[in-house]
Design a protein around this ligand. Sequence first.
Ligand SMILES: C=C(O[C@@H]1C=C(C(=O)O)C=C[C@H]1O)C(=O)O
Ligand SMILES: [Mg+2]
Length: 466
Amino acid sequence: MIEVKEKQFTAELEAAIQSVHTDQKNKLFSYTEKINPVNLYRFLEKAADLKLPRTFWSSANEDFQMAGAGHAFELSAKDSPSRYEQVEQEWHALLSDAVIYNPYHVSGTGVVALGGFSFDPLKPQTKLWENFPCSHFSIPNYILTHAEGNYYLTLNRFICTDETYAGVLEQLQDHRQTLLNNAENKRDGYVLHIQRKTEIDPEQWKETIKKATDVMKNTAVDKIVLAREVRLHFNQSANIPDILKRLVDTQPNTYVFGYEMGEDCFLGATPERLVKVKDDEVLSTCLAGTAPRGETMEEDEQIADNLFRDPKNREEHDYVVQMIRNTMEAYCTDVNVPFEPAVHQYKTLQHLYTPVRAKLKKNHRIFSIISGLHPTPALGGTPRQEALAFIRENELLDRGWYGAPIGWMDSNNHGEFAVALRSALIQKDEASLFAGCGIVEDSIPESEYEETNIKLMPMLSVLGVD
Ligand SMILES: C=C(O[C@@H]1C=C(C(=O)O)C=C[C@H]1O)C(=O)O
Ligand SMILES: [Mg+2]
């Protein structure tokens, strides 16, 4: 059996090299095989041994995970106003020449691009986010996909006209062997803890909230989302696979993502789906309005009930619902939005939640919907342009990729993007954490500050604070 597989692989590779040489054109070669179970976190450890940048995506509710190693090809738009279109054009150009062998038709196998965007390309970038451009996607060299109980390995290799069959084959075989080795890496004495925690200007953040509520009292602006940063220093460099595993293990109902660029890794466990597209089926989620969990079941239910009835939280939520409904109607038919929200529970908090279902119109794809939706009033505000202008001018923080779309798409036009919340930018033995709140006219700065504290808890707990 192994021999048959090996023969299939070498034949496909040989044909791809031939095609590159005949056409005198560089092309992406992609080969997917079903493999025995492999531990995704060990795969990521091995990727680091090979000095390959890592990517990770996990959708807890669907038993779907991808771990990526290396960049076979990168899509990155420099020009911010048309970044969605540019990335999409590069993606289609790459696919139109690609030589793909994938008999499985399983989402997240084959040619998959993982990546994301910055929150606001018009806000000047600071040193903090210098490794993360306003958009960046990677087609990883090696993708380990865990879907519906099965494991797949995809090899993606961009083959240039001056390369030989023997050279490419040797490299792919070596890497494959190392990555699938599945033995645990020794990490003697690794226990991460936080040595210093610095909140960046919480008092000024509360002042900015006051300013925002004044603006809302005197103008037609209804909601502005304001975020803040906490900087951590650890006793040693953080181990990325370890953090991702802890997030997956402790944060049910979330998307866990990781995206490494240079020495930095942006990762998180976000509850907020922006959009999912599978064939013509589209899903989105309105998420806004927050309360803590209770100590007992009764208290938990009481808090959920209060959240459901609270006018301030309902207002925060309704702006998101209205905007997502309107945007979806532009790109979809059969837009279905429940009449009122539900309360969804997460490890440390509860949110008002409204799911949205629709059918994708012909000629639209996931990127058109993302460009229409981002930023929703869950992260920007209402009206969008005025809220963004306020954030740009008054928020201390460089949000970078925090609060922006992050996700993946594959060559079958399947894909899913989440909003990058509950996240951290890990920089060796330091990290920045981010959390924000939807501010409306009645917001009280101190309560919003408390709300950011519960949003920071999941990430702090996996990084070493109880
Ligand atoms: C901005 C964040 O979350 C957003 C704000 C919420 C709120 O204010 O109630 C709830 C969910 C998200 O829409 C964050 O987690 O950083
Ligand atoms: Mg809120």
